[in-house]
Design a protein around this ligand. Structure first.
Ligand code: 5GP
Length: 263
């Protein structure tokens, strides 16, 4: 597989063309941004961890029958993925109230929602990813009714699967963001909806089940420190930190380096 030219660069990832029209390479950067790009930093090792964590989570989802863009991880920072036409709507799934939900509606922080809550945001950096209604999605042709039905169903299934996976390692899946795309299915000879982008501590809120310690990007957003150690802790609990990693136990006070064995 030959890596071609850069076709898109986002805040945390770069997409490269390949010699196969249906496939592209997704590269995970160390860059972190928050508050609509107002806060920026480079967090050494973040891209490597997100590549590995997202690979693990997407593979687990595909084993449960969820179609994703992931073909395989290529190296420490790159994945080969199916090219998809990204639907410009971010899907937020919430199990507990925090973040923008509490700010927007004055809901008490940490309120357990009676059932998972789905929200839609229009994907636009210029506008700060504003919350939109289903009718906005149809009116502006971002997705049709059938696609949204599929996306809702998949999002709730993904929430069920991931909530269980994280519960087993004493982590609460508080909320997360998903992106979906349309990709060509040559067997069916038509486009289908697949899960795209990434699922990682950059895109989820993950709290330690006992202490409610944040193990996700909120450590960066809220200047809580030990960002990389928290991402490593998630990787370690998921069982994807190889033995040769020089981290025996993550100590939240001590900086540690990230070393991954190549598959
Ligand atoms: P909130 O709306 O509370 O800020 O975010 C809800 C959830 O979606 C959080 O887990 C957050 O990390 C994720 N999320 C929402 N928008 C974005 C985004 O533009 N980028 C990333 N990485 N995550 C997002």
């Amino acid at each position: 597989m030959n890596k071609g030219k850069k076709i898109y660069e986002g805040k945390a990832k770069i997409i490269y063309a390949t010699n196969d029209k249906q496939l592209v390479i997704q590269h995970f950067k160390d860059d972190a941004t928050a508050f609509n790009n107002l806060k920026k930093a480079k967090i050494e090792g973040k891209g490597v961890l997100n590549n590995r964590i997202s690979e693990h989570l997407l593979l687990s989802l595909s084993q449960c029958g969820i179609k994703t863009h992931l073909i395989k991880r290529l190296n420490m920072r790159e994945q080969l993925i199916k090219k998809a036409e990204i639907i410009p709507v971010e899907i937020i799934v919430r199990n507990l109230a925090t973040g923008s939900l509490t700010k927007r509606l004055g809901i008490t922080e940490g309120t357990i929602l009676s059932k998972p809550l789905i929200e839609y945001c229009y994907k636009s950096d210029d506008l700060g990813d504003p919350l939109v209604s289903i009718d906005h999605i149809f009116e502006f042709n971002w997705a049709d009714r059938k696609e949204i039905e599929t996306i809702n169903e998949l999002s709730l299934r993904i929430n069920d699967i991931l909530t269980g996976m994280f519960k087993a390692i004493n982590i609460k899946l508080v909320d997360f963001k998903l992106e979906f795309g349309r990709a060509w299915n040559k067997d069916k000879d038509k486009n289908e909806i697949i899960l795209a982008d990434e699922i990682s501590p950059d895109t989820c809120r993950l709290w330690d089940a006992k202490t409610e310690k944040k193990l996700d990007k909120d450590r960066f957003r809220k200047d809580l420190g030990n960002i990389i150690q928290s991402y490593q802790e998630v990787a370690r609990r998921l069982g994807i930190m190889p033995e040769e990693t020089n981290i025996k136990e993550v100590n939240f006070g001590k900086p540690t380096s990230v070393k991954f064995k190549k598959k």
